[in-house]
Design a protein around this ligand. Structure first.
Ligand SMILES: [Zn+2]
Length: 423
C-alpha cells in the first residue's frame, strides 16, 4: 500500500492528473465511462463513472435491486490542493531573467514554496482538425521562486509577509528568450505545434516527490496528502466492492480549496444531478430519488489536524488526535462539519466492524475550524453525512506529514461502509 499511495501522490501534481490516475484504476476494475450528454440506461449491478471538466470524476456501482427501496452509500473527497497557478501570458523579461507571475490557489503556507525545485503541470487547450482538445502536461524543466537574502530583508523572520503580485513570480529561465518559453517547452516535449496551443491552466508543484521517513518508515512526507490520500482510500474501497442493494458512489470533486462553488465542485447541482440521474437511469421516478436520499449516508473524507508536539495548546486538551491513531471524526457546533451524533455513531460502528481504531476532534472553542465538502453535500442532497479525515501535520504546506497506518485503516473502514447494507 505504501508504494501505491506514493505513486498516486507523485503521479497527480494537479486535479487533472489525479482524475487521469483515478480513471485508469476505474477502467482496470471494469467501470464503464458514461457521457453526461447521453441518455443513461443502467444495468442492475453495473459499474459506471462520469467526468466533468477534466478535474472531477464520480464512480458508482449500481443497485442490484431498486434505488428507491435501497438508497445510496456515498464517500467523497476533493481532488485539488493549495498551490500557485501560473498566469498564462504573464511571461516577461526582467533583469536578464524570464519570469511569470502566479496567482495563489487556495490557502498554501506560502514560505514553503520558495527556494526549492519546482515543476510545472496542468492542462493545455489545443486547436485541432476536430475542434478544441485538452491535454494534460507535465514539463521536465525544474524552476524556482527564490527568496530575497536576509541581508536585504532583515524582517523575514519577524513580521514579513509575501506580496503575492510582486514576490511570487517564478523564474523560468536566467537567459532571455523571444516569445513564450512555456509554449516552447510544451511544444518540444509533446510534439505539438506551438501555434495550436490556445490556452492553458498550469500549476507549480514540488519536483522532489514524497518519501517515507522515520525509524519504521511509516511516516509519509508528501505534497497533496490533503486531500489525495482520502481520494486514494475511496478509490481503493470502491474498486474492491461488489454490487449489492445500495448504490455505492465515490465522489471526487474539484475546487474545495476555493469554496467549491464551481460546476465541478460540491457547492453546485452536480451531486443532486448525479443521484437523480442514477435513479432515473434505473427507470425510477423523482419520489424514488427522495425516498432513496432519506435512507442514504455519506462519508466526507478530508484530512484532519493531528496534535502537533510543538504546538499542543492549539488543540482542545480532550481532543488530541495522534498520527497512526486511526481516522478522526470531526465535529462542529456551527456545522462547518456535517457530522451529527447519528452519523458519528454510524462511523464508529463501521470502524468497529472493520477492527480499526478511530479518534475524534472538536476544535478549541476559540479557534475557528476549516470546512469540507461535507456540509454543502449534505445540505444540497439531503443525505445524512459524517465528516472524517486522517490525522496529519502541516496541512497546506508544500510538504505535509501523515502515517500510512491511518491510510490502511481508512480503506478498511470505507470497505465496510460500501458493503454494509444497514443505516
Ligand atoms: Zn482538504
Amino acid at each position: 500500500m505504501k508504494n501505491m499511495l506514493l505513486d498516486f501522490l507523485n503521479n497527480s501534481p494537479t486535479p487533472f492528473h489525479a482524475v487521469e490516475e483515478i480513471e485508469k484504476e476505474l477502467k482496470n476494475s471494469s467501470f464503464i465511462y458514461l457521457n453526461e450528454k447521453d441518455k443513461w440506461i443502467l444495468e442492475k449491478g453495473g459499474k459506471y463513472y462520469i467526468k466533468r471538466g477534466d478535474s472531477s470524476i464520480v464512480a458508482w456501482i449500481n443497485t442490484t435491486h431498486s434505488v428507491g427501496e435501497s438508497g445510496f452509500k456515498l464517500a467523497g473527497a476533493h481532488t485539488d490542493s493549495p498551490s500557485l497557478k501560473i498566469k498564462w501570458g504573464s511571461e516577461s523579461l526582467q533583469n536578464g531573467c524570464i519570469k511569470a507571475t502566479t496567482e495563489v490557489y487556495g490557502g498554501p503556507i506560502i514560505s514553503t514554496w520558495l527556494d526549492r525545485a519546482l515543476k510545472i503541470a496542468g492542462k493545455v487547450v489545443l486547436e485541432s482538425e476536430n475542434g478544441l482538445e485538452t491535454k494534460n502536461v507535465k514539463l521536465k524543466t525544474k524552476v524556482v521562486i527564490p527568496n530575497l537574502a536576509i541581508h536585504l530583508n532583515r524582517d523575514v523572520n519577524e513580521n514579513f509577509s509575501y506580496n503575492t503580485q510582486n514576490h511570487l513570480s517564478v523564474i523560468l529561465s536566467t537567459k532571455p528568450f523571444e516569445g513564450s518559453i512555456l509554449k516552447k517547452w510544451i511544444s518540444d516535449e509533446y510534439g505539438i505545434n506551438s501555434e495550436s496551443i490556445i490556452d492553458a491552466e498550469l500549476f507549480l508543484y514540488d519536483a522532489e516527490g514524497g518519501a517515507f521517513i522515520g525509524d519504521d518508515e511509516n511516516t509519509v512526507l508528501s505534497s497533496r496528502l490533503d486531500n489525495l490520500e482520502s481520494c486514494h482510500a475511496i478509490l481503493k474501497a470502491i474498486t474492491s466492492s461488489e454490487a449489492s442493494k445500495k448504490v455505492k458512489v465515490a465522489l471526487f470533486f474539484d475546487n474545495e480549496e476555493i469554496g467549491s462553488e464551481t460546476r465541478v465542485g460540491a457547492n453546485s447541482q452536480y451531486l443532486p444531478m448525479i443521484l437523480q440521474r442514477i435513479t432515473f437511469g434505473n427507470g425510477e421516478d423523482i419520489e424514488a430519488f427522495y425516498r432513496a436520499t432519506s435512507k442514504s449516508v455519506m462519508i466526507s473524507a478530508d484530512m484532519a489536524h493531528a496534535v502537533h508536539p510543538n504546538f499542543a495548546d492549539k488543540h482542545d486538551p480532550k481532543f488530541q488526535p495522534l498520527l497512526g491513531g486511526g481516522p478522526v471524526i470531526k465535529y462542529s457546533a456551527s456545522f462547518r462539519y456535517a457530522t451529527t451524533s447519528e452519523t458519528a455513531s454510524y462511523f464508529i460502528s463501521i470502524c468497529k466492524k472493520a477492527s480499526v481504531p478511530c479518534q475524534k476532534i472538536v476544535n478549541r472553542s476559540d479557534i475557528r475550524s476549516g470546512s469540507t465538502i461535507g456540509p454543502m453535500s449534505s445540505a444540497l442532497s439531503g443525505v445524512a453525512t459524517v465528516d472524517i479525515g486522517n490525522p496529519m501535520w502541516g496541512m497546506h504546506s508544500i510538504m505535509e506529514t501523515a502515517n500510512i497506518k491511518d491510510h490502511e485503516y481508512l480503506i478498511e473502514a470505507l470497505k465496510i461502509h460500501f458493503t454494509d447494507n444497514n443505516y
